[in-house]
Design a protein around this ligand. Structure first.
Ligand code: FES
Ligand code: FES
Length: 202
């Protein structure tokens, strides 16, 4: 007898359990968007390159387009729909709003989910590729603009809202990067010489 190609699975999304039959090939992204009517998580490239589909799995960043729904069973899944506290925005969401961390907003759910995990990872002392001193005794590295750019580098923004995204993550994390974006930078315009390139920075 051929092995089954579908199963009934239970996904724990934003604290609610949903049982649904899925084809084993269904990605978590498609299960969220098409089966559970949670369209906040966006499908950009559908091949793990843009970060638009980022959700949290047990508090860590995951690209939902590269995860099979069946493999997410039993894990705590957080999507952008589960980030706010009722009508009250999460501080990361509020910072994106206050600092214009988006233009079209398509990448924003993934950016915000990544930012949540970035702030937690940094607070837990995890080094990044740009952390100068990775020895445990060096402690938590300062959350500089370069640290934020590096840690958010898996999330692309076709609108080029990177400068404001860095500032929003910094504000939500309670740090001052010492950088103040100009109006042109906020609107995706050219960045001054010496600053990170908006197209690749975050
Ligand atoms: S849609 Fe998943 S990384 Fe682009
Ligand atoms: S705000 Fe448009 S893709 Fe990022």
């Amino acid at each position: 007898m051929a092995p089954p190609t579908s199963s009934a699975i239970t996904l724990n999304v934003n604290g609610e359990k949903h049982t649904l039959p899925v084809d084993h090939r269904t990605t978590l992204l498609d299960a969220l968007r098409e089966r559970l009517a949670l369209p906040g998580t966006k499908k950009g490239c559908d091949q793990g390159q843009c970060g638009a589909c980022t959700v949290l799995l047990d508090g860590r960043r995951a690209l939902s387009c590269l995860q099979l729904a069946v493999a997410a069973e039993g894990r705590a899944i957080t999507t952008i729909e589960g980030v706010a506290d009722g009508e009250r925005l999460h501080p990361v969401q509020q910072a994106f709003l206050d600092l214009d961390g988006y233009q079209c907003g398509y990448c924003t759910p993934g950016q915000i989910c990544s930012a949540l995990a970035v702030i937690a990872e940094h607070a837990a002392g995890w080094p990044s590729a740009v952390t100068a001193d990775v020895r445990p005794e060096a402690g938590v590295p300062p959350l500089t603009a370069d640290e934020i750019r590096e840690r958010m580098s898996g999330n692309l923004c076709r609108c080029g809202a990177y400068v404001s995204i860095v500032q929003a993550v910094a504000r939500a994390a309670g740090v001052d990067t010492g950088e103040t974006p100009t109006t042109a930078e906020r609107s995706g315009g050219p960045t001054p010489a010496g600053s990170a390139d908006a197209g690749t920075a975050a």
